[in-house]
Design a protein. Structure first.
Length: 204
């Protein structure tokens, strides 16, 4: 994983609502950081949705994941994010915000990560502004994987600074991408979840 400490156990004092938020960040980070494994597809096939927009997107992921084969989804991931030369999408904050890679949004993110005690894995090949890495950071802030659980105002500031300005556009692009099948459902989950997060943070 790109972020150090992202696989640690969460402390038992986290509110259930925050554990669910962290699970959604973690689910999205996992599917966006690498092609899903057989175990990943089996896990999402067991998910249950509901009548909300987010629940419907989760139900769609469960249905597609239950029918998908790991080789086909691996090809889908390759076409979306790797490609020949480049994939259909570039999932980096710098690219979405400036049109170029390794720009000021990455430098700002690195500074904020250092202040929060978030470290990049030494062997990580992707820069920290890859969307999966930023969402791993959000997971860790919620669950206290970089120390103690971050106060809601710290989570809010990190979300608004490093995700809210561009990630919803990425998720819409992912949902509509010509290569997306299973990843159309991942995009729908991200889009609806971020709508909920933005609304909740705006009320704090």
């Amino acid at each position: 994983m790109p972020i150090k400490g992202a696989s640690s156990e969460e402390p038992p004092t986290i509110a259930q609502e925050d554990k669910l938020r962290a699970q959604l960040y973690g689910l999205l980070a996992k599917f966006l950081s690498r092609p899903p494994s057989v175990a990943d597809l089996e896990a999402v096939a067991a998910l249950k949705g509901d009548d909300t927009k987010l629940g419907q997107a989760i139900g769609m992921l469960a249905r597609i994941g239950g029918r998908a084969d790991v080789e086909g989804v691996g090809e889908e991931y390759h076409d979306l994010f790797i490609g020949v030369g480049r994939g259909e999408l570039l999932p980096y904050a710098s690219y979405y915000l400036t049109g170029f890679l390794h720009e000021k949004p990455l430098a700002k993110l690195r500074n904020d990560m250092a202040e929060l005690g978030i470290e990049r894995e030494p062997k990580a090949s992707e820069p920290e502004d890859h969307i999966a890495a930023i969402m791993e950071s959000m997971t860790g802030l919620i669950l206290g994987r970089f120390g103690t659980p971050a106060p809601i105002e710290v989570q809010k500031r990190f979300f608004e600074t490093h995700l809210e300005s561009w990630a919803p556009y990425f998720f819409r692009d992912l949902e509509a991408a010509k290569s997306s099948v299973l990843y159309a459902a991942v995009g729908a989950i991200g889009r609806n979840f971020f709508d909920i997060e933005a609304t909740a943070f705006a009320m704090d």
